[in-house]
Design a protein around this ligand. Structure first.
Ligand SMILES: [Zn+2]
Length: 511
């Protein structure tokens, strides 16, 4: 039997140009779909659910088991693909049987409501699967972590704990989400203009906190951006977001109302091109303008790689007269959703596992997690740090590494899935870093130059000021041609010869 947990997207590195996101490689599973019993989804973040619609059919359309909010997000993702998935909303505390796996879902806290941990009983032992979490005792929405279920799992015996490790470098306990609600109130109290908050549109608890502050200060709430509107509509539908009717505002009434009666909650916190916030900043929203005295709050940190876009946006907003508040100047705007060292150690103590596998981080987070476990008296060999594609086999009380499954990056860009390969990415990188030079050459039937070659450049040197250089380039191409004519039987050889000549020329001239 096969049980899958989560199916999200990854974000490309800066050098993977034009790639929107990366989805998991499921080749290994393709001939085993008859064994897949279910996919369990731990919470509604992009990196845990968003690849589902891409892979659902190829995985044999297994049932999806998850919590209410996550289920609503998943349904919405599939709508864009005109597909209807089989989503089952789970009950906490109830047991679910998936082939040989008996499974129980545990309520946990993260930066999104309805996050879950999953306890999986197998014939070989119990596995505690603990993706993204922190122990938030005062979550702004929903119940606190289910300490009883967690410690009971530990009491019954956990063979292996798989734990989030992203916060393993940070000391102490992670702050509660509640701290952000207080910050919103403080910032709103001193704001005389429009109050504008931006965060990830899936961050329903953060949005809820801003809504609550707006209600307190009697500001009308307007959501901007497609993803923000969609997600908040979903959250309203299932009762996760409650806004009094008289405080629901519309885009076109914003500028007619007193600015200190307005709260905008806007998508585009990562500085995405043409997002609602970047349109506001560049005056492209026809209904709403940024004015002096408005306050813009960034309640999310830039994802590594997005810093330039985010800071560019902050500059633009400041230029329009807005007071911009972001985490560099106020560190209580954004509490991490991931547990710090003490949170992680709590879960180790509570579940008291024989083995641990740090997940959700890179190799340096895994190493750091390993050290934390060793502080608690574990031997390093019991903390398994895995690289992509590595498998682990549990047999009796023994554990060993299994075969390494070959996995590759599957890129999704504006044109579809998997169209972009490594060659395309390398070309994009070369074009971006070095520009390009094209030689246009016309030859006659005897293989002689029919007229003067043309050399065109883009992103390399400015042609007008470098006409001398380009003229020499033309001459060097001419010189490389045999006056009596080149063999035209081998055109690709001829092309290569010209290319090599130009490469040499430009290397010598420009370095
Ligand atoms: Zn998450």
């Amino acid at each position: 039997d096969i049980l899958i947990v989560d199916c999200g997207i990854g974000f490309p590195e800066a050098r993977e140009m034009g790639v929107d996101f990366v989805i998991p490689d499921i080749d290994y599973l393709k001939d085993k779909t008859d064994k897949i019993r279910a996919i369990l989804l731990s919470h509604g973040h992009e990196d845990h659910i968003t690849a589902l619609p891409y892979h659902y059919d190829a995985l044999g359309k297994p049932p999806l088991y998850t919590s209410k909010l996550t289920g609503a997000f998943i349904q919405n993702k599939f709508k864009e693909f005109n597909k209807t998935p089989n989503v089952q909303i789970v009950e906490y505390g109830k047991q679910y049987q998936f082939g040989g796996f008996r499974t129980q879902f545990i309520n946990i806290t993260h930066s999104i409501p309805d996050a879950m941990h999953i306890l999986i009983n197998t014939p070989v032992g119990n596995f505690y699967h603990g993706p993204d979490y922190k122990f938030d005792l005062t979550p702004p929405y929903g119940k606190g972590p289910d300490f009883y279920a967690i410690t009971k799992a530990g009491h019954d015996g956990v063979l292996c704990l798989l734990s989030d490790s992203l916060g393993a470098e940070r000391e102490g306990l992670t702050l509660s989400e509640a701290i952000v609600g207080k910050t919103f109130e403080d910032e709103m109290r001193t704001c005389k203009g429009k109050f504008i908050m931006t965060t990830f549109s899936s961050n329903i608890s953060r949005i809820n906190q801003c809504v609550e502050a707006a209600i307190k200060f009697n500001r009308k709430i307007v959501f901007l951006g497609r993803s923000m509107k969609e997600n908040t509509d979903l959250a309203k539908d299932i009762g996760y977001l409650r806004i009094p009717q008289n405080l629901i505002g519309r885009d076109n009434e914003v500028m007619k109302s007193p600015p200190n009666r307005i709260c905008l909650i806007v998508a585009g916190s990562q500085g995405q091109y043409m997002s609602a916030l970047s349109k506001l900043a560049s005056d492209m929203n026809k209904n709403i303008k940024i004015k002096y005295g408005d306050k813009v709050i960034f309640s999310s940190d830039p994802i590594p790689g997005n810093e330039n876009e985010v800071y560019g946006l902050i500059e633009e907003l400041a230029m329009k007269g807005a007071d911009v508040v972001y985490s560099d100047i106020n560190d209580q705007l954004h509490a991490s959703g991931h547990g710090s060292q003490e949170d992680l150690k709590f879960l180790m103590r509570f579940t008291n596992p024989r083995y641990m596998i740090p997940i959700g981080g890179t190799i340096r987070h895994q190493r750091q997690y390993q050290k934390l476990a060793m502080d608690l008296g574990y031997e390093s060999k019991n903390i398994l740090t895995l690289k992509e594609g590595e498998t682990v086999i549990f047999e009796g009380t023994e554990v060993r590494l299994g075969e390494v499954v070959d996995t590759k990056q599957v890129y999704v860009d504006a044109y579809g899935v998997g169209d972009v390969g490594n060659v395309v990415l390398r070309d994009r990188l070369t074009l971006a870093e070095e520009g390009m030079v094209v030689a246009v050459i016309t030859i006659d039937k005897q293989g002689r130059l029919a007229n003067r070659p043309k050399v065109i450049t883009r992103g390399f040197v400015f042609e007008k000021t470098e006409s001398v250089l380009l003229e020499s380039a033309v001459k060097s191409v001419e010189k490389s041609f045999n006056a009596k004519g080149e063999s035209i039987a081998d055109l690709s050889g001829l092309k290569k010869k010209v290319a090599t000549q130009m490469e040499q020329f430009f290397y010598e001239e420009t370095g």
